[in-house]
Design a binder for this molecule. Structure first.
Ligand code: DX5
Ligand code: ZN
Length: 227
């Protein structure tokens, strides 16, 4: 089965004085998702943005808002992010308490949003096996979460391969998203390795946003990735 390849520009790298214009450029040139990175200064060292910024963006775009929560105990905030306009909410396996992530994922689903689980580069996929049957998306971090502009970690390719096999063997249906260090130079390999949701911050927002988005779609080709 072919899966549509989706571009998810990460506004962490945007020029916030031109946020409306730059989001408009992404949307106009075909980006389907808008990747919204929430950082709490605990799960990751940085702080980014939270609910009020999301509410404002929601009023200005029809794009699918893909909310990536890099916060501890995400259960505390999923309702509010969905109310503020997130179409999907992805939580980190490492950020949930000992009871695990199942309750949080169910909560997201019950409230009508897509749910995703993410792992840091060093976290083995065995930890997320219990969630593969419920999630709409698995997000593989290809850099240490917390900062944009880092180089892509090559071992992500191996993980992509494993994840694709797990999906096939288990008969699951989740999308595979990759986040961190994706450029016009490596995106083709990332897609060939099995990803179909492509997050990109610096490579979209540095320079001419519209042209950058067009260049990504030029590489995506017919816009579908094989399973
Ligand atoms: C990192 C964030 C990423 C980041 C990607 O913690 O989750 O979404 O914005 O930025 P680039 O594409 O510049 O690596
Ligand atoms: Zn992200």
């Amino acid at each position: 089965m072919d899966r549509e390849i989706k571009l998810a520009p990460s506004i962490l790298a945007a020029d916030f004085m031109k946020l409306e214009e730059q989001i408009g450029e992404c949307e106009k040139n075909g980006a389907q998702y808008l990747h919204y990175d929430v950082m709490d200064g605990m799960f990751v060292p940085s702080l980014s943005f939270g609910l009020p910024v999301l509410s404002s963006i929601r009023k200005g775009t029809k794009m699918f808002i893909d909310c990536h929560l890099m916060i501890v105990e995400p259960n505390r905030y999923v309702d509010e992010f969905i109310q503020a306009g997130a179409d999907s909410v992805t939580i980190h396996y490492e950020a949930c308490r000992e009871k695990g992530c199942m309750d949080v994922l169910k909560r997201i689903k019950d409230r009508g949003a897509g749910c995703g689980i993410s792992v840091k580069p060093a976290t083995p996929l065995v930890h997320i096996l219990p969630y593969l049957g419920i999630v709409d998306m698995v997000l593989l971090m290809s850099v240490e979460p917390g900062f944009g502009g880092q180089p892509f970690i090559e071992s992500t390719y191996e993980k992509l391969d494993q994840l694709r096999s797990l999906r096939k063997e288990g008969g699951f249906d989740f999308d595979i998203e990759v986040d961190g260090g994706i450029t016009l130079g490596n995106v083709k390999s990332v897609i060939d390795a099995g990803a179909n949701v492509i997050v990109s911050g610096s490579s979209v927002f540095k320079g001419n946003v519209g042209e950058n988005v067009k260049s990504f779609f030029g590489i995506f080709g017919d816009g579908s990735a094989l399973e």
